[in-house]
Design a protein around this ligand. Structure first.
Ligand SMILES: Cc1cc2nc3c(=O)[nH]c(=O)nc-3n(C[C@H](O)[C@H](O)[C@H](O)COP(=O)(O)OP(=O)(O)OC[C@H]3O[C@@H](n4cnc5c(N)ncnc54)[C@H](O)[C@@H]3O)c2cc1C
Ligand code: FES
Length: 362
């Protein structure tokens, strides 16, 4: 995996349990850290003698000349989030891998884009909303942002700026535990909230796309709500920070063909070729081994972390051949992603004689 030691240029306390870290990107690494809105990086550190890696969305805009920013909310007892929020200081060097992820899908035609975020879920959707409002295509953006209290609203100035600066953007903050004077919306962004607000969105003419980022239960409820109202699953994009897969996510496998060629189907795969970091890696998989596991065994420098389909680091494009991919992939990727050949390599096992998979072209 392409990981680089980067200097923390600035740290900003966003709330008592949340901090943003700006990273300097040296000139020779700028193209490696080029990114799209909504992408994330993997951050690694030695914490209490153990090497820990976690993913953090880039909360800055790709065009920001200062470098890039992550915004981290401390999880009680969480190793990496506590280290980043409480211990890392400006000037410290932290290992950061190059950006990955396919949360954002550019839209050529004007759309009404409904964005729902809770807590640190604002990190990837803020640059997405900004991109949609500035791409000149005439999208209308509704940004609904849930926090517990007014003090816990992360990146509030930047969120409010979007509502102020763009007539085509409407911002609503929703507080679940407003603890002082608050004239805005109260409660949670749940099915009742969506039903109450939808009269406005559903009478609009443009096609709708929904972005969701926050706790799984919140995203599941919102997805069910919009599916029941006729939106296709591909129009509902979600980014999971705390995904836990269950046995129900296991069966049956999806059969996914390469975007260029499905290849010759076979129970025995004789070779996996992977494009990664501009190089080509080759490995012969063992029976039943995932594509990722085979490549790790072959020392290919593939990006990965959880190896169980929850961190999205191993996202890659199956170009040639066919793979059986665990159903759980649909928790992170949508059908239109899969139609483009995108897979999570840790959930995919070869179902053809040869596999060509690309970790760079995502
Ligand atoms: C693609 C992606 C993007 C992400 N972007 C961000 C981001 O922008 N900002 C951010 O703050 N976090 C983000 N996360 C979550 C982050 O990667 C870590 O999972 C989180 O910081 C907790 O790590 P930890 O080492 O502190 O906790 P751990 O030591 O791993 O876990 C401690 C306990 O907390 C639970 N836990 C772990 N993660 C969560 C969670 N997110 N919510 C609730 N409970 C949890 C664990 O099950 C465990 O019981 C993202 C995750 C992914 C996969
Ligand atoms: S390694 Fe985490 S999703 Fe594959």
């Amino acid at each position: 995996m392409s990981s680089y030691p980067l200097r923390v240029a600035q740290k900003i306390q966003e709330a008592s349990d949340c901090a943003s870290l700006w990273f300097d990107v040296p000139v020779d690494l700028r193209s490696a850290f080029d990114h799209r809105p909504g992408q994330f990086v993997a951050v690694s550190g030695e914490i209490a003698g153990e090497s820990v890696t976690r993913q953090y969305s880039l909360s800055s805009s790709p065009s920001d000349a200062r470098g890039f920013r992550i915004t981290v909310k401390k999880i009680p007892g969480g190793r990496m989030s506590t280290w980043l929020v409480d211990e890392v200081r400006p000037g410290d060097i932290v290992d950061v891998a190059t950006p990955r992820g396919v949360f954002f899908k550019p839209l050529d035609e004007p759309h009404r884009v409904l964005v729902f975020a809770c807590g640190s879920g604002i990190a990837p959707v803020l640059p997405i909303a900004r991109k949609l409002l500035t791409d000149g295509r005439g999208h209308r953006v509704v940004l609904n942002y849930g926090s517990r209290t007014a003090d816990e609203i992360i990146l509030k100035d930047e969120v409010d700026e979007l509502g102020r600066d763009y007539a085509s953007c409407h911002v609503e903050h929703v507080l679940s535990r407003a603890d002082g004077p608050w004239s805005g919306a109260r409660g949670r962004i749940d099915a009742d909230y969506l039903a109450e607000r939808s009269a406005h969105w559903e009478t609009e003419d443009l096609p709708a796309v929904v972005y969701l980022c926050g706790p799984e239960a919140f995203m599941d409820a919102a997805e069910r709500y919009f599916l029941a109202r006729g939106l296709s699953q591909s129009a509902i994009r979600r980014e999971s920070f705390d995904l836990v897969l269950t046995d129900n996510d296991d069966e049956p496998s999806l059969v996914i063909a390469g975007s260029e060629d499905a290849g010759e189907l076979s129970e025995t795969c004789v070779e996996i070729v992977a494009n990664v970091g501009g190089e080509e890696a080759r490995v012969v998989p063992e029976p039943g081994e995932s594509i990722l596991a085979a490549l790790i065994r072959g020392d290919a420098p593939v990006p990965y972390s959880c190896q169980e389909g929850t961190c999205s680091s191993c996202i890659s494009k199956l170009k040639q051949g066919t793979a059986n991919v665990r159903q759980a992939v649909l928790k992170s990727l949508r059908q239109d992603d899969i139609d483009e050949g995108l897979v999570l390599a840790c959930l995919a096992t070869p179902a053809s004689k040869r596999i060509l998979i690309d970790f760079d072209d995502i």
